[in-house]
Design a protein around this ligand. Structure first.
Ligand code: 16G
Ligand code: MG
Length: 548
């Protein structure tokens, strides 16, 4: 018997897979009710060790269910450079998660064989968790597996998801990306942020104050930590800090974006700046109260255009030959795509939903800005971009203006968490740009006006009956659906609609936009009816919008 079996089998016996449960490594890992996850966590510990041996690098495991309710939990595995687990290994993770204890040995052997893994190579896993009550015991299950494989691990305790991604990259680059500690993360961001501030003229109208909706989650705690480093530079007032409210309940980025309204627990006042994080702080949206009292949202699309526009200007003012591009998904509002490509003249690419897809596409650019409308996103700089920005910032033959712009770019690069979308880092990035531009949230928001849109869900027998192509913008199956959608869309002005199976819920999502809200609502409804009819709808057909 292989040596590992002697310790893995008895440990696995303590983490039996529940009968009748099937698990799927979805868009962002495994996610379901916390009480169904013990065996999955153990198996993710096994996968992390195997991946670590295969890559001969440290691998991350993050325990969180992001914006889901507190009773849920989940787990994501992080690749050596801080990216999401590669697709090929998602399949292994799914196989392992669904293996009974009897099948476990065979599945592990299969993975070892397929990948030629040398089991004598040492492994290192880095673990962190969010604030959910179920997280400590689920984290202990991951650790049981790591110990059973005789591997090394570091448990960083409570962190945001992007902090864990950052740490994995730091460890694997021997500190080149930053110091591999939580303090190192604050240090890197705050140093870059304060440098940018020092460079900006002091006498300006920028408001160095922001109210942060922490979603009653881990982001709230971490903003308070960061605040210590930014005293006198940025005053971050945290509400929904977890001291009274429940995680993600009536608060957080998802609640605000979906409901288009402020979160509970906020004194919503004119003239103030607000932002909302999600439960693991990898998403952010901004909002404010306009003078007429209405709620205004700056979602991921607005954040992306703000960042891309500013970076493009800086690159041009230094005179660097770098290709900057924006990556969005099909959910990006048509106005944002138009504004980016036609007004700002920034090339726009479309990727499938899910951070990993956007991240991958962003690698095609020297500077890739990527954002989902829901607030997931960041900027990544290629090696070429990093090198040319760094050398320009040190080039004494450049004019003072050009050099200053290069130094700004360098600091902005360090404010970005290049491993994954990060609410804290994105907030500092946005604040730096607003200050440099002397923009209030009203100024920023007026860059373009969103086209009215509507999102609906349709329940069908098997959501995978819907197959898509062209980054989810066209349905290839069932036959006839896309043609019917095209005919319907043609009835409305400035209209667009697409359908896709959700990666996180058992539904088909329908998106529609048009030049007015009534048309957007009607179009979404018409398309939902088509899906229900042609893709095996379950239950009653969708209900028509109120106005019709
Ligand atoms: C996950 C994804 C998010 C995506 C969402 C789509 C990550 C970290 N998270 O939450 O990016 O927008 O799924 O959900 O990739 P859906 O497939 O149910 O529409
Ligand atoms: Mg999240």
């Amino acid at each position: 018997m292989s040596l590992w079996k002697k310790s893995v089998f008895p440990a696995a016996a303590q983490h039996q897979k529940l009968d009748g449960q099937t698990y799927n490594y979805g868009t962002a890992g495994f996610r379901t009710k916390a009480n169904l996850l013990d065996s999955v966590m153990f198996r993710c510990g096994l996968i992390a060790v195997l991946r670590s041996k295969k890559t001969k690098s440290s691998i991350g495991v993050m325990i969180t269910a992001s914006h889901n309710p507190e009773c849920d939990n989940g787990v994501k595995i992080v690749e050596p450079m801080g990216e999401m687990l590669i697709a090929e290994w998602e399949v292994y993770a799914t196989q392992l998660a669904n293996a009974s204890n009897e099948e476990l040995g065979g599945v592990i052997e299969g993975i070892i064989k397929d990948n030629n893994i040398d089991m004598t190579v040492s492994a290192n896993v880095i673990i962190a968790r969010d604030t959910r009550p179920s997280s400590p015991s689920l984290s202990a299950s991951v650790i049981d597996a790591i110990k059973a494989f005789n591997a090394v691990y570091t448990d960083y305790g409570m962190l945001t998801t992007p902090q864990l991604h950052y740490l994995v990259r730091c460890v694997n680059t021997n500190g080149q990306y930053g110091e591999a500690t939580e303090e190192g993360y604050y240090k890197k961001l705050s140093q870059a942020f304060t440098q940018l501030k020092i460079q900006t003229p002091g006498d300006n109208s920028y408001l160095p104050e922001i109210s942060v909706d922490g979603a009653n989650g881990v982001g709230a705690l971490k903003v308070l930590q960061l605040q210590k480093e930014l005293k006198g530079y940025l005053d971050m007032k945290v509400f929904n800090d977890g001291s009274t409210g429940k995680l993600n309940e009536q608060c957080g980025a998802d609640y605000v974006k979906v409901g288009q309204k402020p979160p509970a627990g906020v004194m919503f006042e004119v003239g103030k700046k607000y932002c909302s994080f999600d439960g693991d702080a990898d998403r952010i949206v901004y909002f404010f109260k306009s003078k007429d009292g209405s709620f205004r949202l700056m979602d991921g699309d607005k954040i992306a255009t703000l960042i891309a526009g500013y970076l493009k200007e800086l690159v041009a003012s230094v005179g660097l030959n770098l290709q900057l591009g924006l990556v969005q998904t099909a959910y990006a509002n048509g106005s944002s795509t138009y504004y980016a490509s036609t007004v700002m003249k920034v090339p726009v690419a479309c990727a499938k939903t899910g951070v990993k897809h956007l991240h991958l596409k962003a690698l095609d650019f020297d500077i890739g800005v990527y954002f989902e409308a829901n607030g997931h996103g960041t900027v990544i700089f290629s090696e070429k971009a990093t090198k040319s920005i760094t050398s320009a910032s040190e080039d004494s033959s450049l004019t003072e203006d050009k050099k200053q712009a290069a130094v700004r770019l360098l600091n902005l690069m360090d404010v970005c968490n290049q491993t994954v979308g990060d609410a804290i880092s994105d907030m500092l990035l946005v604040e730096s740009i607003l200050e440099a531009r002397l923009w209030s949230l009203e100024d920023w928001n007026s860059a373009y006006t969103d086209l009215p849109n509507r999102l609906l869900k349709v329940k069908v027998e098997d959501r995978n009956a819907i197959q898509t192509t062209d980054s989810e913008r066209k349905a290839t199956s069932p036959v006839g659906l896309q043609m019917a959608i095209d005919t319907t869309v043609a009835k409305y002005s400035k209209s667009r609609s697409f359908v896709r199976p959700s990666g996180t819920e058992d539904v088909v999502r329908v998106y529609a936009e048009a030049d007015n809200q009534t048309s957007a609502d009607q179009l979404a409804y018409d398309v939902a009816v088509l899906v229900h009819k042609l893709a095996g709808g379950v239950g009653d057909p969708p209900t028509p919008p109120m106005s019709s």
